[in-house]
Design a protein around this ligand. Structure first.
Ligand code: DAH
Length: 361
């Protein structure tokens, strides 16, 4: 066999082997067999030195071509194998996103949790962030810093759960409202402040409309020139978004809270037709929240200078919002853990309320 025939045979064998390599390992074995240090092409290269100069040149050129051709064929085969592997992987891992979630959903999200998420979503859109405070509070945070001194009559209205008195005469308590978070927030950050604080609150009280544990959401906005117009606008935006109607009418009634001055209670219009409350219809009024401009003493207690800063606050009952929006008649049922009640009034865990996708959809 002439030298050239021999190389052609080597090339066709090698190309066949490359084409037949079924995976990366097999391909690499072929590469080593032909192009490795001790491979067949390398052996031919080593033989060049023994040839007469004029043959050496020609054969050297042929060998280089052969090596180039094999390298290219290997690279192409590698790319083809990689593509094939990727396609197989994609086919195997294919997910049909239109299928319903598995396993079948069990359980339901409690209406209070759902409404909590709705409220957070609405205020997040208005630029509020979420703040938190402890359930166990001191007298200072729950009362005194909120301008409710020891003998203030407002204390009686709060039906406070107290812990045992300590040796120094102080006693902790379960917070009776989310307003103490106002003080914690002023201590933790500099204005401008724009927070809501949803959370649990506790009062020693129980009947059809009161439970010992319930939920509120507090809001606090502080800046240099925040005024009642901002408060009113914020509440209107909130009510429209929450009740998902443009029609809701609001009434601001002068009221009194120690921590705000002036203070207002806010009512929304509703109808009681057929024994069921409907918000945004009818001529009846329903109180839904307390609000006002933050009292200078409260700003001072939070370490802020009332000549420099002013703001508004409001507090809403979350359970009450849930009852109103979803027509749930008895507050006590919220906390009875009756699985039938939860199945009826609960929400799908996959229905996360968003402004774009719908709050209660
Ligand atoms: N803390 C009050 C309560 O539990 C509710 C409240 C009223 C909060 C007026 C406020 C406010 O922030 O401005 O009854």
């Amino acid at each position: 066999m002439s030298g050239q025939d021999e190389l052609e045979k080597l090339e066709s064998e090698a190309l066949a082997a490359i084409g037949a390599a079924a995976d990366m390992r097999a391909l690499d074995a072929v590469r080593v067999k032909y192009l490795g240090k001790k491979g067949l092409v390398s052996a031919q290269m080593k033989g060049l030195g023994a040839l007469p100069p004029e043959e050496r040149k020609e054969r050297g050129r042929l060998l280089n071509e052969l090596r180039g051709a094999l390298e290219q064929a290997i690279a192409e085969r590698r790319a083809a194998l990689e593509k094939q592997a990727l396609e197989e992987k994609l086919a195997k891992e294919r997910v049909d996103v239109t299928l319903p979630a598995r396993p079948e959903e069990e359980g339901a999200v409690h209406p209070v949790s759902h409404v909590w998420e709705e409220v957070v979503e609405i205020f997040a859109d208005l630029g509020f962030s979420v703040a938190e405070g402890p359930h166990i509070e001191t007298d200072w945070y729950n009362f005194e810093a909120l301008n409710i001194p020891p003998e203030h009559p407002a204390r009686q209205e709060h039906d406070t759960f107290y812990f045992h008195e300590k040796a120094d005469g102080t006693r902790k308590l379960l917070r009776t409202h989310t307003s103490p978070v106002q003080i914690h927030t002023m201590e933790a950050q500099q204005p401008p402040i724009r927070i809501i604080a949803p959370g649990r609150t506790f009062r020693c009280d129980s009947d059809q409309t009161h439970t010992p544990m319930f939920h509120q959401v507090e809001a606090l906005v502080i800046d240099r020139d925040t005024h009642m117009g901002h408060l009113k606008w914020t509440l209107e935006e909130f009510c429209k978004a929450f009740f998902e109607t443009e029609n809701v009418k609001m009434r601001f009634r002068a009221s009194h809270f120690p921590f705000t001055e002036p203070s207002m209670e806010v009512d929304i219009n509703c109808s009681w037709e057929g024994g069921q409350v409907k918000v945004g219809e009818g001529d009846d009024w329903l109180e839904i929240l307390g609000s006002g401009m933050v009292h200078p003493n409260v700003l001072r207690a939070g370490g802020l200078d009332p000549d420099e800063w002013q703001g508004f606050a409001f507090g809403i009952g979350l359970d009450r919002l849930a009852m109103l929006k979803y027509g749930i008649p008895d507050l006590r049922a919220f906390f009875e853990s009756d699985i039938r009640w939860l199945r009826h009034y609960g929400f799908s865990a996959l229905q996360i309320p968003t402004l774009s996708g719908g709050l209660s959809a």
